[in-house]
Design a protein around this ligand. Structure first.
Ligand code: PLP
Ligand code: COI
Length: 346
């Protein structure tokens, strides 16, 4: 099967229209059978709760090409579960796991020509979304919903290619309240972060870093990724917070740090100012961000840098990146059963 003629290595993290997407409707309390469609446009009622009250949730996944040409997903069961947790939180119908999986597989298969080849550094980003549609005005749940899955070939999320060092700036704004929706992947968490990201970028950072909204002491997460930290004494920590997204990448990296690097891992509140001196390496992680080492963080009106003065990638994050990406791309054994192969022939 032919691939598109794209300069794969030059791709950034942008939307690029592919040939097919999956669409299914939930009407009168049940899911109708979905199908592949060609149009990237969703006709939507002007009163739709997704537009006014952000009754919307989404997921982010990637398909990768292995050296032998197999097409691989990474822990898709967890995306399916997380989408349904968000759906329930926003009073939307759950998407049955079989429907989620067959939609994702069908869209990837139908857009085979758009899956970046092995070695290109790019991957096929998969964006499932669930939205409340139909006529409405008052604050109540929608009566109809659409589940859609589209894909786009993408390169690195942050500007610089490969495993480049990024910078974060602590935001004076909060991302999520302790008992709010910060731990769900819902669009409502992101609109408020646009300004925080812009301000972070104005300071020369790539992204905002949020502290906990209750005390503004503990690290929560970055605007589009969780945080992992290698600390002195072979410790490897990640913030425990009720307001951060339960990142699938972070959960995987914590296990790799413990299992392969034999580090003492811990999820606990991390007091930025108090513990900073013990940080050896720090990174942001997520599906889009993969593992992006953080060279420096702006807070209290100055830059604080980490490994090698923030100039290069430290050994712990480099090794974790190699392990994670190696498993995701099928170059390394997967002892954990994380990889899900999509059969391309079906
Ligand atoms: N945190 C936020 C706010 C995100 O948007 C994402 C992206 O999905 C993540 C963390 C990382 O989660 P995952 O590793 O499951 O992609
Ligand atoms: C992802 O990493 O999949 C996300 O959804 C983050 C998004 C801001 C691009």
């Amino acid at each position: 099967m032919e691939k598109k003629e794209l300069n794969w290595a030059e791709l950034g993290f942008q939307y690029r229209k592919t040939d097919y997407r999956f669409s299914a409707s939930h009407v009168d309390g049940k899911w109708l059978e979905g199908n592949l469609v060609e149009s990237e446009i969703i006709p939507i009622h002007e009163g739709a709760p997704a537009l006014h009250y952000a009754q919307q949730c989404f997921e982010g996944m990637k398909a990768q090409t292995a050296p032998d040409g197999r097409v691989l997903l990474f822990r898709p069961q967890l995306n399916s579960e997380r989408l349904n947790e968000a759906a329930s939180r926003l009073l939307m119908p759950e998407v049955p796991h079989e429907m989620f999986m067959s939609a994702v597989e069908e869209v990837v298969r139908a857009n085979y020509a758009w899956i970046p080849p092995f070695g290109s550094g790019a991957s096929l980003y998969i964006r499932p979304l669930l939205i409340g549609v139909g006529e409405n005005l008052g604050l109540r749940p929608a009566r109809s919903f659409e589940f859609r899955v589209f894909v786009s070939p993408v390169g690195p999320y942050y500007q610089s290619a490969g495993l480049a060092v990024i910078a974060l700036a602590v935001s004076e704004m909060d991302r999520a309240a302790p008992n709010g929706t910060g731990n769900f992947k819902v669009g409502a968490n992101y609109a408020g972060g646009l300004l925080a990201t812009r301000r972070a970028q104005a300071l020369g950072a790539d992204e905002a870093l949020y502290l906990d909204a209750r005390e503004r002491r503990f690290i929560d997460e970055a605007g589009s990724a969780n945080i992992i930290i290698s600390m002195s004494g072979d410790r490897f920590v990640t913030p425990l917070s009720e307001a951060v997204l339960p990142s699938i990448t972070r959960r995987s990296l914590m296990l790799l740090a413990e299992d392969k690097l034999k580090l003492k891992t811990e999820s606990r509140p991390i007091d930025l100012r108090k513990e900073l001196g013990e940080f050896e390496e720090i990174a942001a992680c997520g599906t889009a961000a993969v593992l992006s080492p953080v060279g420096k963080i702006w807070f209290d009106d100055q830059w604080h840098s980490f490994y090698d003065n923030g100039e290069s990638v430290g050994p712990v994050m480099q090794e974790l990146y190699n392990l994670l990406v190696g498993i995701q791309k099928g170059e390394l054994d997967d002892p954990y059963g994380w990889i899900h192969e999509i059969s391309i022939q079906d």
